[in-house]
Design a protein around this ligand. Structure first.
Ligand SMILES: [Zn+2]
Length: 405
């Protein structure tokens, strides 16, 4: 990119980034945010309007006399972003406009993660079908965000546990296939970003986001930012030991939280007990198939009053609460957001989590902590990673801005 073009691109991105973060802005506000002079800014806005990325807002009027200021925002239909949150049981796809309205959405059982090549083909055809269903052309898609479980180095686009391609990082493989910019993020961190961006963590500084699904994920927000740790792996909450000499976890350790308090554990424990003669409304039905038993059916049975399922959920809640109690002591959060594939709205599970967490943490630290259920639910991860994809597009750091602005 030539010097002049790069300078223009930096200025455009500064404006786009500001509009993404601040929603609507007058020319003066944009000038203050970006440091670009008014005449130059007017020109940049003109170009961005031509490119369909920015529109003028009509409705905002000034108070008092004088001409109303020109107010601008991102053009909602100027481009679209795809967020894909790959879970170990379900994958969520969201097609979003530039105001983060959901245009198209799908939730599908996750294809086998064992063969990355086949998996990528499946994801690609699903995404193509979503774009077609939304009556959009491929050229209108600006970028793609992909959230992945396991050990993930998002900044470098590398996944250490799943989707390990032979000669490429997962980001390179996806970029090559989609021919679009791709951002990779760890699933629990993507969820926390979604909550911070437009969920229950919005405007908060210190929040813990629990992602309860097949496993137990944690996204940590410290001082208004996602906490990554040195290598980006911070938050492996599912692998703290809560049962000394407990069951072997897939990570190689014994008694991890995930072995007793995840969707996977709940199903496994219930199956074992039912096979050993446990009575429950779960196996009372004639057409009961133990292979189809999952966390959802246990939650449903508990809601119908099934004592066995209620006790299972209470135990799960106790282990989660124990872990969360440790977290409260360590992080002194203002909020704990519970989300993910397992709906914790179930009172037996929720009460058990909260009462144990409060019992296990220091009164001084837990006195104001709020427990909240995620309103974004299983969409939080796809929203968070889509937001990262847009931020990448409007990023200026890689253009070496100090040399030109
Ligand atoms: Zn483990």
């Amino acid at each position: 990119m030539g010097k002049v073009r790069r300078k223009i691109q930096i200025r455009k991105n500064l404006v786009l980034k500001t509009l993404l973060n601040e929603k609507i802005q007058s020319l003066t506000e944009l000038k203050n945010h970006t440091g670009i002079s008014l005449p130059v800014l007017t020109n940049i806005i003109k170009q961005l309007k031509k490119e369909n990325l920015v529109v003028q807002v009509k409705e905002k009027e000034t108070i008092g006399a004088g001409r109303p200021p020109q107010v601008f925002k991102l053009n909602r239909k100027g481009g679209y972003i795809i967020g894909i949150d790959i879970g170990r049981t379900f994958t969520n796809f969201l097609l979003l406009d530039l105001e983060f309205n959901i245009v198209e959405e799908r939730r599908k059982s996750t294809y086998s993660l064992d063969d990355p090549g086949v998996f990528l083909e499946e994801i690609f055809s699903e995404v193509k079908s979503i774009v077609t269903a939304a009556k959009l052309s491929w050229s209108q898609i600006l970028g793609i965000g992909v959230a992945i479980p396991g050990i993930v180095r998002g900044q470098e686009g590398i996944s250490e546990t799943y989707l390990k391609f032979k000669n490429h990082s997962v980001r390179d493989a996806f970029t090559k296939k989609f021919k679009k910019p791709v951002h990779i993020e760890h699933d629990a961190k993507a969820m926390a970003l979604g909550e911070l961006w437009m969920g229950k963590a919005k405007g908060c500084q210190n929040v813990l986001c629990l992602n309860l699904g097949w496993g137990v994920g944690l996204g940590i927000i410290v001082d208004g930012k996602i906490y990554y740790g040195k290598d980006g792996f911070a938050g492996e909450f599912g692998h703290i030991q809560v049962v000394p000499d407990g069951d072997l976890c897939y990570c190689g350790k014994f008694g991890c939280l995930e072995t007793v308090a995840s969707g996977k554990a709940l199903t496994r424990i219930a199956k074992n007990k039912l096979l050993n003669g446990q009575k429950s409304i779960l196996n009372k039905e004639k057409d009961f198939d133990i292979n189809k038993l999952d966390a959802r059916s246990i939650l449903e049975a508990a809601n119908k009053g099934d004592q066995f399922s209620i006790e299972l959920l209470e135990t799960t809640g106790k282990y989660l609460g124990l872990g969360i109690g440790y977290l409260i002591n360590l992080f002194n959060p203002e909020k704990i957001i519970l989300g993910g594939g397992i709906t914790v709205a179930n009172p037996y599970l929720l009460d058990s989590i909260i009462s144990t967490a409060m019992k296990q943490s220091l009164t001084h630290i837990n006195k104001d902590v709020q427990f909240e259920l995620s309103t974004l639910g299983f969409r939080a991860g796809a929203i968070g990673v889509a937001m990262l994809a847009v931020r990448d597009l409007f990023e200026v750091d890689h253009l070496n801005p100090t040399a030109y602005v």
